[in-house]
Ligand binder design. Structure first.
Ligand SMILES: Nc1ncnc2[nH]cnc12
Ligand SMILES: [Zn+2]
Length: 800
């Protein structure tokens, strides 16, 4: 730093404030009398206007490290002094509403007359400003176009946070500087917030020139940050002003809590649809059955859990909603009727329990297990109202597993909000015993990242998932039995001896082709339109639970046709799943037909002909084309004729390339008209091609867990995420074949975070590029970009 000697100058005499005088009158008197304090303030204001070294000054909360919020180099000086980088937004400190008005209307301070209407402070803030300003309250405002604020202050958000400090000294300094000041706390990065000039000196001596000493700060905690631009308004950060005080103000009665606070009980949080709920995770495992799951499938599943000692379910909880009957058929009705009894001392009324005789697997002994049963009622309101109380009450009785009957997302906003919270509580244990197939995931997300919750809620797009890659071993065995398909003989292929053996085999793929053999075998049990529809629905439900808003999904019709399933069966089934996801989950979807490279070109030509003659592209049923399967071996440009024809028809094109194959596979795909590359991780081997990809804005659909399982890289650390980010290569993060590779999209996001430690802003870039490069209408893109903006805003911590 330029400085070596930090001066502490007392301005304590000014601390009581101007009395009945205005700030300007007060300042005029001080200057006239040439007081030492006025000299110190003048010097500080001069430094703030001209130097890039910040000045420390007292506010009523803590000491702030002030810089001119309109100059980038000055704001950067704050982090130089703190000796750490940061991309969090900074709070702007103002002396008056006039200064705020000038910030909101930058054009009006220039002589060029524009006719843009003046922006005023949103009405919602008026009662708060009347009551709490000046004081420890920060409000979020729209950053106008042509804003004078340095980009470092807003962190590239379209909003900024402002507050008017009640400390007269702080306001006087801002007034004399005549600039809004960014002022996070004046401490070194690892130290607590400073409340005296001596604390500041201790932390920052020789790193800044001047500390104004105004005595001890009064409040000692940061300002409360509120966002009135969203509905309902939200508290982004707790601070000097409490939720109860805010709720007394008009328009703030239902203020939502948009930060995590373990001290806040869920019942304190208003239950309006569309707001953010705290992520409540019961101690017990929660198994959520999606709405519409058939009771017989559920009963079988729970019975299996109870008899399997490895599951460890001694005491279970059952939370019923619309359809499940008491006892869930786990024991004969007369046994349930004779043992069922009300539970005393429960935090909820009408909790009952009953006994279930259970035969343990591998043992002739039968044991009695205990089930707690709670009926939330069948109305959505009663379900929403009682849900968390029920989960908590069951937790108090130390149940091992809670089975919950979900409801349909289609039953209104409140129902969708209930399911959203339940899916979060259930984590990866989402089951769907649907009308036709049965499928569940057992992928266990061991995400240790502090950003896990952020990544979960971040609005995502998936561009690279094979619907046939979503068939779990459980589903393969179930459908094989139901559809009378013989799986490979375990004598020759031991992987097929059981679900567990097949699952274990997936840990040892030696290459893409080794995996593909299992993948093609797995999909060979899909026979009817309903099989395809249920599989697609399964994927979309899971993706929705992982925070996906838009999904573009691959399917391999040639492989199904090759085994005698008509093209129409496949497309109709998958398309039904897409429609259901759009209407029930609010997802937007796109089907992408993939040619496969292990079958002859003539087979691709046949399916292409069917696709064109069906009118599926024009009808919006199938939206684009891709190619996949074996990379090394067949000619790189084997679908040249089909891609040339499709490009001419304006059909969007993508291609699997640069997964196992070198960068020439990527350049060939681009040459054939692909505007997107699936995988593409080997792009880093050709810097010139990488520059071209950046220039053209080509999206890579990267699948980190897939790359590890197929041994394209040795670990997620080796996936060139940072190289792509630094070079400006656009990419999205995807799951590929989640049932085979150990995780769905959120697992992939978390794996990237653990390996590469990205910042919130880097995730924002990934999320935005994913939207921008999606094959959807501009209006949908705008909708998703807005979701990302408001989500990121709520998750950016204001720098203190
Ligand atoms: N990872 C992958 N690469 C090529 N083809 C595929 N088909 C399904 N998954 C694939
Ligand atoms: Zn793929």
């Amino acid at each position: 730093m330029a400085t070596s000697d930090t001066r502490v100058v007392s301005v304590q005499r000014l601390s009581p404030g101007p009395g009945s005088r205005s700030l300007s009158e007060w300042w005029a008197d001080e200057r006239k009398n040439s007081t030492p304090e006025s000299k110190a303030i003048e010097e500080a204001a001069n430094l703030l206007r001209t130097s890039d070294i910040p000045v420390a000054f007292p506010t009523e909360t803590v000491y702030g490290l002030g810089a001119d919020a309109t100059r980038s180099t000055a704001v950067q000086g704050i982090y130089k002094a703190k000796q750490r980088p940061s991309d969090n937004p900074l709070i702007i400190h103002i002396d008056s509403l006039e200064m705020l008005d000038r910030l909101l209307n930058p054009a009006s301070s220039s002589p060029s007359i524009t006719k843009t209407p003046r922006i005023s402070i949103p009405e919602i803030y008026k009662p708060l400003i009347d009551r709490f300003w000046p004081g420890p309250l920060t409000i979020i405002l729209p950053n106008p176009s042509g804003s004078e604020l340095a980009p470092e202050v807003t962190s590239k958000l379209t909003t900024f946070g402002a507050r008017m400090p009640s400390s007269p000294l702080a306001r006087l300094l801002i007034h004399v500087t005549d600039r809004p000041l960014a002022a996070p706390s004046a401490n070194a990065s690892t130290k607590p917030s400073p409340t005296t000039a001596q604390h500041v000196h201790h932390d920052l001596k020789n790193r800044i020139d001047l500390i104004l000493d105004g005595g001890a700060s009064g409040v000692g905690v940061e300002s409360t940050v509120v966002d009135g631009l969203c509905s309902p308004p939200a508290i982004l950060r707790p601070g000097g002003i409490g939720i109860d005080e805010l709720r007394q103000c008009a328009g703030w009665e239902n203020v939502a809590v948009a930060y995590k606070d373990s001290a806040l009980d869920i019942k304190d949080i208003p239950r309006a649809p569309g707001m953010k709920y705290r992520h409540y995770s019961p101690k017990a495992r929660v198994v959520l059955f999606e709405g519409g799951s058939k009771e017989a499938g559920v009963t079988k599943h729970v019975r299996k859990d109870l008899s399997d000692s490895a599951v460890g379910a001694q005491t279970i909880g059952i939370v019923r909603t619309r359809n499940w009957k008491q006892g869930l058929g786990l024991a004969p009705d007369d046994i349930i009727a004779s043992t069922v009894k009300p539970v005393d001392g429960a935090a909820i009324d009408n909790l009952t329990n009953f006994s279930i005789p259970v035969q343990q697997t591998g043992s002739s002994n039968s044991r009695t297990k205990l089930a707690y049963d709670y009926h939330l009622g069948s109305e959505t309101e009663s379900i929403a109202h009682g849900l968390f109380a029920a989960l908590r009450a069951l937790d108090e009785f130390d149940v091992d597993v809670i089975y919950v009957e979900g409801i349909s997302d289609r039953d209104g906003d409140l129902a969708a909000a209930v399911m959203n919270r339940l899916r979060k509580a259930a984590g990866s244990e989402l089951k769907a015993f649907l009308s036709h197939t049965s499928q569940s995931t057992s992928y266990f997300t061991m995400c240790k990242s502090p950003l896990h919750d952020f990544l979960h809620g971040l609005p995502k797009c998936e561009h690279h998932v094979h619907l046939e890659g979503c068939m779990s071993p459980e589903l393969i065995f179930t459908l094989a039995e139901r559809n009378n398909i013989t799986l490979p003989d375990p004598a020759t292929n031991p992987a097929y001896s059981s679900i567990a053996a097949l699952t274990a085999r997936y840990d040892h793929f030696s290459s893409l082709d080794d995996f593909l053999a299992f993948y093609f075998q797995g999909m060979a049990v899909l026979m009817n339109e309903a099989d395809f529809a249920d599989l697609a629905w399964w994927y979309f439900s899971k993706a929705h639970a992982d925070g996906v808003h838009h999904a573009e999904v691959f399917f391999d019709p040639q492989v199904h046709i090759d085994r005698g399933i008509p093209y129409e069966t496949v497309v109709n089934g998958f398309s039904q799943g897409c429609k259901r996801a759009e209407s029930e989950l609010g997802l937007s979807t796109r089907l992408i037909l993939c040619f496969v490279r292990h079958l002859p070109v003539s087979s691709a030509a046949d399916v292409y002909e069917k696709f064109i003659s069906s009118g599926h592209f024009e009808a919006g049923v199938v939206h684009g084309l891709g190619w996949s399967s074996t990379e090394l071996g067949p000619p790189k440009d084997m679908f040249r004729a089909q891609y040339a024809d499709a490009a001419q028809r304006g059909i969007p094109l993508t291609a699997h390339a640069g997964e196992e194959g070198d960068p020439t596979y990527i350049s060939t795909a681009l040459e054939l008209g692909a505007t997107r590359i699936d995988h593409g991780i080997r792009l880093v081997e050709d810097p010139e091609l990488m520059k071209r990809v950046v220039k053209q804005g080509t999206l890579l659909t990267v699948c980190p867990l897939s790359n590890v399982r197929l041994r394209c890289v040795s670990s997620v650390e080796q996936v060139p995420i940072r190289r792509f980010l630094e070079a400006g290569v656009k990419f999205s993060i995807n799951s590929d074949d989640p049932a085979y590779f150990g995780g769905y999209i959120l697992d992939n996001y978390c794996a990237v975070q653990e390996a590469h430690q990205l910042s919130v802003l880097e995730w924002r870039i990934i999320a935005e590029n994913s939207v921008q490069q999606s094959w959807i209408e501009d209006s949908r893109k705008a909708e998703l970009l807005e979701k990302i903006e408001s989500y990121v805003k709520q998750h950016m911590v204001m720098e203190v």
